[in-house]
Ligand binder design. Structure first.
Ligand SMILES: Nc1nc2c(c(=O)[nH]1)N[C@H]1C(S)=C(S)[C@@H](COP(=O)(O)OP(=O)(O)OC[C@H]3O[C@@H](n4cnc5c(=O)[nH]c(N)nc54)[C@H](O)[C@@H]3O)O[C@H]1N2
Ligand SMILES: Nc1nc2c(c(=O)[nH]1)N[C@H]1C(S)=C(S)[C@@H](COP(=O)(O)OP(=O)(O)OC[C@H]3O[C@@H](n4cnc5c(=O)[nH]c(N)nc54)[C@H](O)[C@@H]3O)O[C@H]1N2
Ligand code: SF4
Ligand SMILES: [Mo]
Length: 718
C-alpha cells in the first residue's frame, strides 16, 4: 500500500518538513513538505539520505558485547545486565566520579533522549559529565547565564525582518543555520538583500554564505573579539549607544572595558581596516532593524566567551535586543527556559573544578578537552569507566588519538549508539537504538531557537521492530538496573515517566505551556499536533523583555565579572609574538556531511574527495605545494597527511580542513565510510588550548606548520 508520511527531518537544526513516500514499509521517495510553516518545501541532500540510515546494513539491530577484537550479538537482557554490572562495579570500587559520561550532538535532535538522559545522568551522580556542548555552543550558554540569568535563554537573529545582518564565523549556506533554526535559510538571507538590506560576513574563508552576502571581509582567525571590542568602542565614542527599552545594568563598566580597543589599534591584527569597523558600527547602530550574529567560528576559538558576550552587548547597546529585526527570543510551545522535567536549571559556573587541570564546571559539565587526562591521570577520582551516548568524541574533540588511547585504557565502557565507529569500538557493550524513523519526533530544543514560532510533532513512520529499543527505553532500563537512587519518590517518578514515555511527557508540557490554553482544552496538546501533521505556525517572534529575563534585577548584565576577568588575556594578544607555527587551521562544513556520522551513506560521500586541505595558492606555492600534492600538516599534538586544494577563497596564512573524517581506524564497522576515510582534523586540535573564559575547545585558529611531504597512510589502533 502506498502512503505519504509527513515528518520533520531531525538531522540538523533547520527542522525541514519532509514527505516520505512509502510503498508498504519501503521508502520510495523523500521530498520537501511545502506546507511546513518553517521550511516551506526546502530540504537539503541529507534528508534524502535518511533512508540510507534506515536501511544501513552496518547499523546495529541488536546489542553487542566485545570479546577481544570482535563483537558478539547478544540479547537485550544480557547486554543491559552486563552494562549495568560493569558500571556498578567501577562505581563501587572507585566512587561515583569514576564513571564518566559523554553525550553527543544527536541527543538534542531526539527529545526522548533529552528527557530521559537527564534522569539517567543524574542517577549516575558523577561530576565527570561531558558533552559536545564544549566543542560547540558552550560560550552562548555561559554568556546567557551570566548576562541574562538563564543558560538556555539564547537570542535568535530575526533574519526575516532585519535590514542589516552582520554575521561572523557562521556558514548557514552549508550548515543550514545554527542557534538560528530557519528552514531554507538561503532564501531568507537573499530576502534581506532583496529588500535593500545589507548582509556583511566576516570569515577567514570566502564561503558559500559569502556568495549570499553584500560584503565579505577576511578576518584573521581568533581575532573576532578584538574586532567586536572595537565596534563597541566606536559605538560609545561616537555616542551611538542607545539600548532603547531594553533594561540594562553595568553599561559604564562595559564602556570602560572596551575603551582600550579603538579600531586603529586592532586593525593590523584582525585584518579589518579601521574605516570598515567604523562604517559597520554606524550601520548597525543607525539602522532600526539590525542584528549581529556569530556562530562556530566565533564560539570554538580562543575567545569564544568574549566573542559571544560582545555580540550580545553590541545588540543590546545599539537597541537591537528584543526588537523586530534584531536579536529576539522565541515563545515556544514547550519552553525549555521555564523547564520541563529537570531542565529548569538556570545554569551554573564553578561549583566544582576538574581534578587534573582545575577547569571550572559550567552548567554541570566539564570541558571535554580535559576528558583524556581525567582518564589517564591516576589518583582519587580518576575516571575508570565511560558511558557515551550519541557521541563520537574520538573524531569530534581535540586530540582524538589521545582520547582513543585513553578509552582503550578504561576498565569498562558502554556506548548507546547505532554504529561500531571510531569511539564505540572501544566499548565493552554497545546498545543500539532503533532507526530514527521508528520513533516519534518533536524538536524540544530547536523550536525554542527558531526565527519564527512554530510547532510540529511527527508520529513514527513505521513501528519499531519488537526486538529493538528506543534510546529512552534503553535509558530507563539502565537506570532501573543501576538503582543508584532509591526511595518511594524516585520509584514513583521513574514509574510515571516510564509509563508516560516521551510523548506523554510532551503532552503534559504542551498543555501546561504558554500555548496550552486551558490545559490543552482550548490550545495545544499532543492530540492537536496529531491533527496538524504539517505543523502549526504560531507567528513571528515577539518582544518579551523584561519578563523573560532571569537575572535577579530583571536587567541585562552587560559586564559580569566572569567575562571581565578574561579581558587581560585578550589585551595580551595585541602585542603577542608570532607563533612558531605560521599557519592557522580552521574548519569547514559541507552540505553533504553531518559531523562524523553520515559518511556511511554512499549517496552523500560519492564524488570528489572532500576531505582536502584548502589553502591560498600563494601560500601553497611558498611551501612547494601544488593542487593534489600531499601536504604534511603538523600541530603541537599531531600530524596528518592530506591532499592540497589551492584556492583564493582562503585568506593568506589560513588553511582549512573539514571535521568528522578519519574513518580508517582499526575495528570500525562502517563499510562505505571506510572506503572514503579522510583524515581527522581533531588529530591536530589541541586540548591544552582552551577558551579560558568558559573552557570551550579551540577548533578554529589552531597553529600549524604545513610542508610538502608524505607520511604513508597507516591504520593505527590508537
Ligand atoms: N575540529 C572540529 N571539531 C568539531 C567541530 C568543528 O567544527 N571542528 N564541530 C563540533 C560540533 S559543532 C559538534 S556538535 C560535535 C559533534 O560531536 P559528537 O556529537 O561527539 O559527534 P557526532 O559526529 O555528532 O556523532 C554522533 C554519534 O551519535 C550516533 N547517533 C546518531 N543518531 C543517534 C541516535 O538517535 N541515538 C544514539 N544513541 N546515537 C546516535 C552516531 O552514530 C555517532 O556515533 O563535533 C564538534 N567537533
Ligand atoms: N551540512 C552540515 N550542516 C551542519 C553540520 C554539519 O556537520 N554539516 N553540523 C551542524 C552543527 S552540529 C552545527 S554546531 C552547525 C554549525 O553551524 P555554522 O557555525 O554556521 O557552521 P560552520 O561551517 O562551522 O561555520 C563556521 C564558519 O566560521 C569560519 N571561521 C573559522 N574560524 C573563524 C574565526 O576565527 N573567525 C571568524 N569570523 N570565522 C571563522 C569558518 O570558515 C566557517 O565558515 O552546523 C550544523 N549543520
Ligand atoms: S537542512 Fe537538510 S539536514 Fe537539515 S533539517 Fe533540512 S533536510 Fe534535514
Ligand atoms: Mo554542533
Amino acid at each position: 500500500m502506498r502512503r505519504i508520511h509527513h515528518r520533520t527531518c531531525h538531522l540538523c537544526e533547520a527542522m525541514c518538513g519532509i514527505n516520505i513516500h512509502l510503498d508498504g514499509e519501503r521508502i520510495v521517495r523523500i521530498e520537501g513538505d511545502k506546507i511546513d510553516p518553517l521550511s516551506q518545501g526546502h530540504i537539503c541532500p541529507k534528508a534524502v539520505a535518511l533512508q540510507d540510515l534506515h536501511t544501513d546494513p552496518d547499523r546495529l539491530r541488536q546489542p553487542v558485547i566485545r570479546e577481544g577484537d570482535r563483537f558478539r550479538a547478544v540479547s537485550w537482557d544480557e547486554a543491559l545486565d552486563a552494562a549495568a554490572d560493569g558500571l556498578r562495579r567501577v562505581r563501587e570500587a572507585h566512587g561515583r566520579n569514576a564513571v564518566g559520561v559523554y553525550q553527543g550532538n544527536p541527543t538534542v535532535h531526539n527529545y526522548g533522549n533529552v528527557l530521559f538522559g537527564i534522569s539517567l545522568v543524574r542517577a549516575l551522580g558523577t561530576r565527570n559529565r561531558f558533552s559536545a556542548t564544549s566543542v560547540d555552543q558552550l560560550p552562548h550558554h555561559f554568556v546567557s547565564f551570566h548576562c541574562l540569568g538563564h543558560q538556555l535563554l539564547l537570542p535568535v537573529p530575526d533574519i526575516d525582518r532585519t535590514d542589516v545582518l552582520l554575521m561572523l564565523g557562521a556558514n548557514p549556506a552549508a550548515s543550514n543555520g545554527s542557534l538560528m533554526s530557519a528552514g531554507d535559510v538561503r532564501r531568507r538571507l537573499k530576502g534581506i538583500v532583496q529588500r535593500g538590506g545589507r548582509v556583511v560576513l566576516l570569515d577567514p574563508r570566502r564561503t558559500e554564505s559569502a556568495a549570499l552576502a553584500t560584503e565579505h571581509h577576511f578576518i584573521r582567525p581568533g581575532t573576532d573579539a578584538l574586532f567586536l571590542a572595537s565596534m563597541l568602542q566606536v559605538v560609545f565614542e561616537e555616542g551611538l549607544d542607545d539600548p532603547g527599552r531594553c533594561p540594562v545594568s553595568q553599561i559604564d563598566a562595559l564602556r570602560i572595558a572596551v575603551a582600550p580597543y579603538p579600531p586603529e589599534r586592532t586593525a593590523a591584527l584582525t585584518g579589518i581596516p579601521s574605516e570598515t569597523v567604523r562604517d559597520l558600527a554606524r550601520s548597525v547602530a543607525r539602522t532600526s532593524r539590525a542584528v549581529v550574529y556569530g556562530r562556530m567560528g566565533t564560539s570554538t576559538q580562543r575567545f569564544g566567551a568574549t566573542c559571544q558576550w560582545l555580540i550580545l552587548a553590541l545588540n543590546v547597546v545599539t537597541g537591537h535586543l528584543d526588537t523586530p529585526g534584531g536579536a529576539m527570543f522565541t515563545s515556544p510551545a514547550v519552553d525549555i527556559v521555564a523547564g520541563v522535567f529537570g531542565m529548569e536549571k538556570p545554569g551554573s559556573h564553578g561549583r566544582w573544578t576538574s581534578r587534573v587541570r582545575g577547569v571550572a564546571e559550567v552548567g554541570g559539565e566539564l570541558p571535554v578537552s580535559v576528558l583524556a587526562e581525567e582518564i589517564t591521570t591516576p589518583g582519587e577520582g580518576q575516571i575508570r569507566a565511560m558511558l557515551t551516548m550519541a557521541g563520537n568524541p574520538v573524531l569530534s574533540t581535540p586530540d582524538g588519538r589521545a582520547l582513543a588511547a585513553a578509552l582503550e585504557d578504561l576498565d569498562f565502557m558502554v556506548s548507546l549508539d547505532p554504529y561500531i565507529n571510531e569511539t564505540t569500538r572501544h566499548a565493552n557493550v554497545i546498545l543500539p537504538p532503533a532507526s530514527p524513523l521508528t520513533r516519534d519526533h518533536y524538536d524540544l530544543v530547536f523550536l525554542a531557537l527558531a526565527v519564527r514560532n512554530t510547532v510540529k510533532w511527527s508520529p513514527p513512520m513505521v513501528p519499531r521492530p519488537p526486538s529493538e529499543r528506543h534510546d529512552w527505553e534503553v535509558m530507563v532500563a539502565l537506570e532501573q538496573r543501576l538503582q543508584t537512587r532509591r526511595g518511594p519518590a524516585v520509584w514513583t517518578e521513574r514509574t510515571v515517566r516510564k509509563w508516560l514515555g516521551p510523548s506523554g511527557v510532551l503532552d503534559l508540557a504542551l498543555r501546561t505551556g504558554a500555548h496550552g490554553g486551558w490545559l490543552g482544552l482550548s490550545g495545544l496538546s499532543l492530540q492537536r499536533l496529531r491533527e496538524a501533521p504539517h505543523g502549526i505556525d504560531l507567528g513571528p517572534l515577539e518582544p518579551c523583555l523584561p519578563a523573560r529575563l532571569r537575572t535577579e534585577d530583571q536587567t541585562v548584565h552587560l559586564a559580569p565579572p566572569a567575562l571581565l576577568r578574561d579581558l587581560p588575556r585578550l589585551e595580551s594578544t595585541l602585542d603577542a609574538p608570532p607563533d612558531e607555527r605560521p599557519f592557522r587551521l580552521i574548519g569547514r562544513r559541507h552540505l553533504r556531511s553531518n559531523n562524523s556520522w553520515m559518511h556511511n551513506s554512499e549517496r552523500l560521500v560519492k564524488g570528489k574527495d572532500r576531505c582536502t586541505l584548502w589553502m591560498h595558492p600563494d601560500d601553497a606555492a611558498a611551501v612547494g605545494l601544488t593542487a593534489g600534492a600531499v601536504a604534511h600538516v603538523e600541530s603541537r599534538v599531531g600530524a596528518v597527511s592530506v591532499a592540497v586544494q589551492p584556492t583564493d577563497a582562503m585568506m593568506r596564512g589560513v588553511v582549512s580542513l573539514p571535521h568528522g573524517w578519519g574513518h580508517n581506524r582499526k575495528g570500525v564497522r562502517l563499510r562505505v565510510a571506510s572506503a572514503h576515510p579522510g583524515v581527522s582534523i581533531n588529530d591536530l586540535t589541541d586540548p591544552n588550548d582552551l577558551d579560558e573564559g568558559c573552557g570551550n575547545a579551540v577548533l578554529n585558529g589552531v597553529p600549524v606548520r604545513v610542508s610538502l611531504g608524505q607520511v604513508p597512510p597507516v591504520v593505527r589502533s590508537g
